[in-house]
Design a protein around this ligand. Structure first.
Ligand code: PEP
Ligand code: MG
Length: 906
């Protein structure tokens, strides 16, 4: 018969698919000799069978009973025994960690009779009633669908009656009363009494955990984090003997990280509560103490905890996030999993664990998700003008964020979708708030510690979080919060700093982050491991400087048209376009020449000795001219002004009065109108039906050769000046929108002529490369022809995607792509994630054809995909030489290039 249940002592600790991450770890921990409470795992396969058939697989409960009997033997207690009851927790756990997304039930096995046994066992009546009421609520909520609020209302009523603020102040009598009220809540809500039979409880709980795999929270989470059935399919159920941290002052519960998950520092990090259960910490109901205080409060136990931490890291070679309970002086490890950390901590721990010999360099690189690095490149608060904080909480997840206060997750989602920046402000958060997290810039809670739900989830998402800001009183029903005299209404802007725990009124400016020594080290390792070089797309000296700081080894795309758009240049560009003949056009171009030369010279110098690829003019020239309709409106307005002015002048002279011109002479207005009319005529003349496929790129360079001549001259003269100044400039000239080798030959002839002239006039030798954009379908198909002239190719995958798909990007993204993606026709936006099937096939063909003619052809990519980790891996796989992306993405791309090399091999 198929085995569906494994004891912790027999399950394969590596088989997370079958046993779930938590279950596999409990097996592994048990088998490496850690003190884990006895238990067993029901497999994820059993969950899938249950979900498919809508009933528990035949024989499953028999197997469960056998394993319960084993637990009874191991603990000396019996399930359902009023004299000496065994209690268990029933916990979910899938192959990938999904914190808080599925359900867990604690204290299962309690009923009226066993409660008395528990009280007798422990001699602690208060503890017994406390455990019972917790069980009824959790079981009621998770397994029977009773809303939490019904229990909370009863609980608050008793607290109010007893005149206590915290649950710790409640006596055994109060807790017993709460238990009875909770039973009544269940009876009222479900129409049935609470199940007293412990095996019935166990069976219902197992079903509920299985069902939680398809619960909304879990489904949303998997969709958001792209968790596919290949990665995790179904949840396992872990049935674990309960141990209690609330058995008195020699009992405690805590959660810990083997290293600091906020900074990565090699110090044990975590929090604990004496005489409490684990859920108190996770739910943020009581604010726990930092773990280092245990060193003085419970020194012997602290020493055991340090030993546990060392064993965990030595075994897992990874930072662990673990939960433990101390029951009457005995430390139990309840679970461990790889710690979720922010990017800063991931980078630091990678570098340090490698230096400590715990992991290899390759492992250190692969541990860090490239996209995650972007967090480190985000700004932090500029507090130079000393803003006064409104409140202080715990620094729970670093980073700074400003936004409008919202007091519930639905509102956060609503406003977030509408493009508003929001901060989710809650007393504490619960797993069902997850959609609010996705939408918010940051999270602020007034209760809970650094391991509360809000803190853990925000850190995982890399969002700023301030937790436990106790000075803030949140009233989510009234949609406001008060801090002393100040009232925050929904929509008010606040800023939170998750690195310091401070909260400010209004939006505080931010400053750019700096590279840590650890990040520099990791990226230097990445550069050694990678095949692909990483360059940047940059077209100003400032962007070039930034690119260099981020570690770009060249500029892969300098779009010269952006230089034309500068406010001091645009009028000259317009003059060039309006020129009635070649001579006047050349005169305008002569004014542009020194400006472009100066830009190039600055960029070449900043990047030396790395190459700078200058792309000749690409867009259709009408893009530099005003819009036809606004121009026509302006002309109308001017004509009207002229008519009114004329009428006024006629009237005044009829009255024999002098005519004042208001400083605007008749002639001046007429001249402006005439100029605008010429411009309008030109705009109409240049109008194209489909400009993206029209007169642009190299077509423009061939029909108006003086434009490309000016640009090529500017590049080569700038290069000559660099040579004269002893700067090792490495310019490259790139031609856009090419469809045929003959186009390249024309431009190359121009380049050769100008090179001879400039070399002669400057008396220097110029060293540069000449290459082609590959961004049209025909360029890919005739890449062998291009490679006869081009010394390098650069894939323009923005245009190539449009061309391959016959989608115009703006129309697609604004109109139908969201629906295509939402309804599952497409998995990703092909303008963000390289389409390997279509565009990828075109690229592969171009690489093969190009290198068949010129084996050492350098080939890169400068479309937006050059900064996307998955696309970078594809580029590595087809043998590209470099990727080029926007400067802030360069670190991401450097690490992604290393991942690509390590994962693709070769
Ligand atoms: C491209 O088409 O991918 C490209 C880099 O050019 P642009 O985005 O300027 O059209
Ligand atoms: Mg392009």
């Amino acid at each position: 018969m198929k085995k569906r249940v494994y004891a912790f002592s027999e399950g394969d600790g590596k088989n997370k698919r079958l046993l779930g991450g938590k279950g596999a770890n409990l097996c592994e921990m048990t088998q490496i000799g850690l003190n884990v409470p006895p238990g067993f795992v029901i497999t994820t396969e059993a969950c899938l069978e249950y979900l498919a058939d809508k009933k528990l697989p035949a024989g499953l409960m028999d197997e469960v009973r056998e394993h319960m009997a084993r637990l009874e033997r191991a603990t000396g207690k019996r399930f359902g025994d009023p004299a000496n009851p065994l209690l268990v927790s029933v916990r979910s756990g899938s192959a990938l960690s999904m914190p808080g997304m599925m359900d867990t039930i604690l204290n299962l096995g309690l009923n009226h009779d066993t409660l008395q046994g528990l009280i007798r066992q422990t001699g602690n009546e208060r503890f017994g009633h406390d455990a019972y009421r917790r069980f009824i609520q959790l079981f009621g909520k998770v397994a029977l669908g009773v809303p939490d609020e019904l229990f909370d209302a009863e609980f608050e009523a008793i607290k109010h009656q007893a005149g206590v603020a915290a649950d710790i102040g409640l006596s055994a009598v109060h807790l017993a009363d709460i238990g009875e009220r909770f039973l009544a809540v269940v009876r009222r809500h479900t129409g049935k009494p609470f199940p007293e039979d412990v095996y019935e409880q166990l069976e219902i709980a197992i079903r509920a955990v299985f069902d939680s795999w398809m619960g909304k929270r879990a489904v949303d989470y998997r969709r958001e984090f792209h968790i596919t059935p290949d990665q995790a399919n179904g949840t396992a159920v872990n049935v674990v003997t309960m141990v209690f941290g609330n058995m008195g002052d020699d009992s405690a519960t805590g959660v810990g990280f083997t290293r600091n998950p906020g900074t990565g520092e090699n110090e044990m990090f975590g929090e604990y509560l004496v005489n409490a259960q684990g859920e108190d910490v996770v739910a943020g109901i009581r604010t726990p103490k930092p773990v280092h205080e245990m060193a003085t409060e419970m020194p012997a136990l602290y020493a055991q905890l340090v030993e546990l931490r060392d064993k965990l890291e030595a075994h897992y070679h990874e930072v662990q996030d673990f939960e433990y309970t101390i029951e009457k002086g005995v430390l139990y490890c309840l679970q461990t999993r790889n710690g979720k950390m922010n990017a800063q901590a991931m980078v630091r721990t990678s570098v340090e664990m490698c230096r400590e010999g715990l992991i290899t360099r390759d492992q250190a690189l692969l541990r860090v998700n490239p996209a995650h690095l972007e967090q480190l490149l985000h700004p932090c608060l500029d507090t130079s003008h000393n803003p006064t904080p409104l409140a202080q909480g715990l620094p729970a997840s670093p980073g700074a964020a400003s936004g409008r206060c919202v007091f519930d997750a639905d509102q956060a989602e609503l406003l977030g979708r509408a493009g508003e920046k929001v901060i989710l402000v809650r007393e504490e958060t619960k797993p069902e708030d997850i959609h609010g997290f996705f939408a918010a810039q940051g999270i602020l809670t007034s209760r809970g510690g650094k391991t509360s739900h809000a803190a853990v989830v925000a850190r995982g998402m890399g969002k700023a979080c301030v937790a436990g800001a106790e000075g803030i009183r949140v009233d989510s029903r009234a949609r406001l919060a008060t801090v002393g005299e100040v009232t925050l209404h929904e929509g008010d802007i606040i800023t939170i700093d998750g690195s310091t725990g401070r909260v400010y009124l209004g939006a505080i400016p931010t400053i750019a982050p700096t590279f840590s020594e650890h990040l520099r080290t990791l990226l230097s390792w990445a550069d050694e491991a990678a095949h692909l070089k990483v360059k940047a797309n940059a077209d100003t000296p400032e962007a070039a400087k930034e690119a260099r700081e981020f570690g770009a080894v060249g500029i892969g795309l300098c779009r010269t048209e952006r230089m034309f758009n500068a406010s001091d240049r645009l009028p000259v560009v317009v003059e060039m376009i309006l020129a009635p003949d070649v001579e006047e056009r050349k005169a305008a171009l002569d004014k542009l020449l020194p400006m472009q030369r100066c830009d190039f010279q600055a960029i070449f110098t900043l990047m030396a000795p790395y190459p700078v690829t200058v792309r000749l003019l690409d867009p259709p020239i009408h893009e530099f001219l005003p819009d036809e309709h606004s121009l026509a409106d302006e002309i109308d307005a001017l004509r009207q002004f002229r008519r009114v002015a004329k009428g006024r002048a006629a009237a005044l002279s009829a009255l024999g009065q002098a005519v004042e011109t208001d400083g605007v002479g008749e002639d001046a207005v007429a001249a402006v109108i005439a100029r605008k009319e010429r411009l309008l005529a030109k705009v109409r003349e240049l109008h194209e039906i489909n400009p993206m496929l029209g007169h642009r790129g190299v077509r423009l360079g061939i029909t108006f050769p003086e434009i490309y001549e000016m640009q090529i001259r500017a590049v080569l003269e700038a290069a000559a000046e660099c040579v004269e100044a002893g700067v090792a400039a490495a310019p490259e000239i790139m031609v856009p929108q090419v469809v045929d080798g003959a186009e390249l030959e024309r431009v190359r002839a121009m380049v050769d002529r100008l090179r001879q002239e400039i070399e002669a006039s400057h008396g220097v030798r110029l060293d540069f490369k000449f290459g082609s954009m590959v961004e049209t379908v025909r360029a890919c198909v005739s890449a062998d022809g291009l490679a006869r002239t081009a010394e390098f190719f650069s894939f323009g995958t923005n245009d190539l995607t449009q061309a391959t798909w016959s989608f115009s990007r703006e129309d697609a993204e604004n109109k139908f792509l969201p629906q295509y993606i939402g309804s599952g026709i497409l998995e990703d936006n092909p303008f963000e994630v390289l389409d390997v099937v279509g565009v990828g096939a075109m690229m592969r063909m171009a690489v093969e054809k190009g290198r068949s003619v010129r084996p050492d052809l350098e080939i890169g990519i400068c479309g937006e995909h050059g900064g996307h980790p998955g696309s970078i891996r594809f580029c590595d796989g087809i043998g590209l030489s470099y990727v080029s992306c926007s400067a802030p993405r360069v670190p991401v791309a450097r690490l992604a290039a290393a991942h690509a090399a390590l994962l693709n091999g070769g």
